[in-house]
Design a protein around this ligand. Structure first.
Ligand code: GLA
Ligand code: GLA
Length: 682
């Protein structure tokens, strides 16, 4: 199950060949005097750390001037870590260009849509398309790779850092040039571009490629297809940078796995990660909790989606936090138990590593109030004790390493193109939130105790008995066909408002909405009915809808109406429909029901597909179940979603970690506790 590349990363530098889960952090020794480094290694050993990411922001230290190099300190760090049995995920150090470079070459600095330069002084102030930046960055990558190619501590390469975190959209002249080249490759001719962009509108027709610009600050709404293509291009430009660094690393160290840390979390949507995943040897992700009512559902959702991006294979949690961060309006500390539960939720969804930002909390700099494995208080702290305890738990979970996600009956389709396009400007509503709609469906399934996989359009959709595709706005002809076959061959498709509306050029499918899916759903909509903020409508199944309604006409005799509108302008008209298609079906939900409404509706959508919870009835909603599958065995992760004690009975298996024995063979989960059971695979 574990590829050679991954086993190297999981093995760490102590040479123990037994698979295990990796544990560690970003390690920034350049912020500390030399004598702290030895204490660091000692404490890492005490905590059970196996791997650290080094050098992420070290460019200015490694290369103090255009032709001067200082590797002595890093040699020493690498040697110390190796002697301590700790592997190094070595960064290419290109994330933050040094002052000498930006002073000599201010033309590498990114430019906003308004034409403002993003100056040095923070980090990631570089244009993804700057040839000057690329040249300097690749030179650095080559120097580092050459120097450490044979170092025994080296277990993986960490390309840059969170590519696109601050610089995904650059509107500079370099970007304009690269955008034109990208458009030429996509469209071939100006006629094709003019058609795709619909430039007959507002006198936008281009007669020369040089006239084309990124969607800079304009007098009114910029061309929507230009905007969509700029999003595609910007993601590709960063992917190109990733590939350029990877090529050098592969040339020098073909046997060392290469990764880069994604940011599948919250509203980070600039990078089309499903499209990047094939370019690296294993997927890594960073995740930070945004405190709020759905915060841990969101954590589970992000981890689940990362697993989908990794095609169900194990992935690396490269960063999360032991407690508070420093970049939210109010930075809330974690409660007792949160540290372990948050980490293990990622493992439950396929992470084979648990790493933090960062090892030792900084005394200076913008992130000095960001938590770490060793906090300001030092070793004698609850955080460090919890960190060491988690290290022991991860050791006990070694058998899980390398196991994959076991496919769930329900899939939720998450589509970057629809995310990008559905939230663009000049639409029926600016209140639509693509990710929130998907998260609400996921939360409702968690509340019912039904396991679901987040999947992307690259996955084999037929593996799920029920496929939920919220706000699947962009439906090219090929996808419409795939979904139609899916439903005709026995799959149960569920989709929602503003789905099936446009093709890949953001052109509306004509003849009535939801264009591409109209026949499959057996309905026709002449006009959208978005709702004002705070406005809601009632449905006759006692649910309430917000955000959106549709004026639906049923067009197929077989289409059933599952609920009607009881109030509002569409009173008496269908609100939720379902069209049987042979062994399958296609359902449509025309309004935003929210978690409670979806929770009430879902059993009616799941039942015809024969899907229900695998959990004992009394713990559904209180416990999240995930399943990882290894060679001849399965691992059941039981996550207590509540702050109360929950006894779970009726699940067979040996306990690898978590829970305490209760009466009648029950396994009792403490508040927010995670238990892992191992059982033979049937
Ligand atoms: C990101 C970065 C880290 C650090 C953390 C703080 O994940 O990659 O360098 O800034 O955020 O949360
Ligand atoms: C104005 C403009 C039109 C059109 C409408 C849209 O009236 O003159 O071209 O943009 O707004 O409401």
């Amino acid at each position: 199950m574990i590829s050679t590349l991954q086993s190297r990363m999981l093995r760490g530098a102590d040479g123990d060949p037994a698979p295990r889960l990796a544990y560690g952090a970003d390690y920034n020794p350049e912020q500390w005097p030399r004598d702290v480094w030895e204490e660091d290694v000692r404490l890492m050993q005490e905590a059970g750390v196996t791997v650290v990411s080094v050098g992420i922001f070290s460019w200015a230290r490694i290369q103090p001037g255009p032709d001067t190099w200082d590797f002595g300190w890093l040699d020493e760090v690498m040697d110390l870590l190796h002697a301590g049995g700790i592997g190094v995920d070595l960064a290419t150090a290109t994330a933050s260009p040094p002052p000498w470079l930006t002073t000599a070459h201010p033309e590498i600095l990114p430019v906003t849509a308004n034409g403002e330069t993003l100056w040095p002084g923070a980090r990631q102030h570089w244009r993804p398309t700057s040839p000057v930046f690329r040249e300097h960055a690749l030179r650095l990558v080559r120097e580092i790779a050459t120097r450490y190619q044979d170092h025994p501590a080296l277990v993986a390469w960490h390309v840059s850092n969170e590519l696109g975190c601050h610089n995904v959209y650059d509107f500079s002249d370099d970007a304009a040039r690269a955008f034109r080249l990208w458009l030429r490759a996509r469209y071939g001719t100006l006629d094709a571009l003019n058609h795709a962009w619909g430039t007959a509108f507002w006198s936008q027709r281009y007669s020369d490629w040089e006239q084309i610009l990124p969607p800079r600050l304009a007098a009114s709404h910029p061309n929507p297809t230009q905007q969509l293509d700029f999003k595609r291009f910007s993601s590709d430009a960063l992917k190109d940078h990733l590939i350029a660094e990877r090529e050098i690393l592969k040339e020098i160290t073909p046997g060392i796995p290469v990764t880069t840390n994604f940011m599948v979390m919250g509203n980070t949507k600039g990078m089309n990660y499903p499209d990047w995943a094939d370019e690296i040897d294993f997927v890594s992700n960073d995740h930070y909790v945004h405190p709020g009512p759905q915060d841990r559902d969101e954590l589970s959702f992000s981890a689940n989606l990362t697993s989908g991006i990794a095609a169900g294979r194990p992935w690396f949690l490269m960063e999360h936090s032991t407690s508070a961060v420093n970049w939210q309006p109010v930075n809330v500390a974690k409660r007792p138990g949160d540290l372990a539960r948050d980490a293990l939720l990622h493992v439950a969804h396929g992470a084979d590593a648990v790493c933090y930002f960062q090892w030792r909390q900084s005394a200076a700099g913008a992130e000095k109030y960001h938590s770490a494995m060793v906090p300001h208080a030092g070793r004698d702290s609850d955080v460090f004790r919890a960190v060491a305890e988690l290290g022991a738990t991860l050791k006990a979970l070694a058998p899980v390493a390398g196991s994959e996600r076991e496919t769930a009956s329900v899939g939720i389709l998450y589509d970057w193109e629809s995310w990008w396009a559905s939230e663009q400007d000049s639409h029926p509503t600016s209140l639509l939130d693509y990710r929130q709609e998907a998260l609400d469906w996921y939360s409702a399934l968690l509340a019912l105790g039904v396991r679901a996989d987040l999947v992307t359009t690259r996955a084999d959709l037929s593996r799920h008995r029920v496929l939920i595709a919220p706000v699947l706005h962009v439906v090219p002809a090929g996808l419409a066909k795939e979904l139609t076959c899916y439903a005709e061959q026995g799959g149960h498709l569920v989709t929602t408002y503003f789905s099936g509306i446009v093709d890949e050029n953001d052109h509306v499918w004509l003849g009535g909405y939801p264009g591409a899916l109209r026949d499959l759903l057996g309905i026709r909509i002449e006009e959208f009915g978005p709702l004002l903020a705070g406005e809601s409508v009632e449905l006759d199944d006692s649910a309430a809808g917000t955000l959106w309604t549709d004026r639906i006409t049923v067009t197929d005799a077989d289409t059933q109406v599952l609920a009607h509108y009881r109030t509002g302008v569409h009173t008496g008209r269908p609100a939720i429909t379902r069209r049987p298609t042979g062994a399958g079906s296609a359902s449509y939900v025309s309004t935003r029901l929210g978690v409670d409404g979806l929770r009430a509706l879902l059993p009616r959508l799941l039942e015809p597909a024969g899907v229900s919870s695998e959990l004992p009835a009394d713990v559904r909603g209180a416990v999240e179940l995930t399943v990882r599958r290894g060679d001849g065995e399965r691992f059941l992760f039981l996550v207590n979603r509540t702050d109360a004690t929950v006894p779970v009975s009726g699940l067979a298996g040996d306990v690898l970690t978590g829970g305490t024995p209760g009466t009648d063979g029950a396994l009792v989960l403490g508040p927010r506790e995670v238990a892992v059971l191992r059982q033979p695979a049937g």
